[in-house]
Design a protein around this ligand. Sequence first.
Ligand code: HEM
Length: 207
Amino acid sequence: MRFLNAVIVVASLCSPVFPQSWVASRFYDAASGITYSSVTMPNGVSYRLALPIDSPNADGIVQVVAPSKYGWCGFAWGGRMTGNPLTVAWPSKAANGEPVTVSNRWATGYSSVPTAYTGASHTYLPISPSTINSTHWTVTSRCQGCTRWGTTNIEAATSVTFAYACSTVAPSNPASNTSSFSVHESPGRWAHDLTIAKNGSFATWVG
Ligand code: HEM
């Protein structure tokens, strides 16, 4: 028993600290009419999710609302950095076009920039254009392919573990969704209620 306790202590010292206390709640976005399951992280970033009741194409809407100081923020659909779809977003700094860039990524390790993920596609939602104001940048993106990969299907779950990471350093070429970017600050992980996220109006919102 003493040996087991020692193993648990050593293991806990080696792992990053991931509090589980961030609870998702219903959020109605009056500007777009979309109802999300929303959670706000200790660093001030909100991640909001809306899902169809039943999806033929692994559909989902993700909204990221990040304090201006963040150069990029990422959302990990499988609750870890590697081996799951990553939705990464950052202000585009472009004079024209989209104010916020969204990028599909997939990481196979911790020592390099996650690469483009062809198993999912992100599109901007006309009913919820990206915004940048004096305090935050906001992007709403539809992802087709983010809720299923390999043998995982998170649509079937009522609660799933998601993860996030942000950096105050902007990507090197922010107008491009294939831009390189540097490592994040402390990442986080939480259990997210998907029952709130599922909504019969989903088809209208993406239509
Ligand atoms: C240049 C790009 C990136 C580099 C070099 C990088 C590097 C690393 C390293 C070294 C760790 C382990 C140390 C630690 O736990 O703090 C880590 C963990 C983590 N990273 Fe990244 N990262 C990058 C991008 C991303 C992106 C885009 C996400 C998207 C959400 C992400 C999510 C995470 C998460 C959730 C962890 C915790 C461990 C895990 O669950 O896998 N990272 N990263």
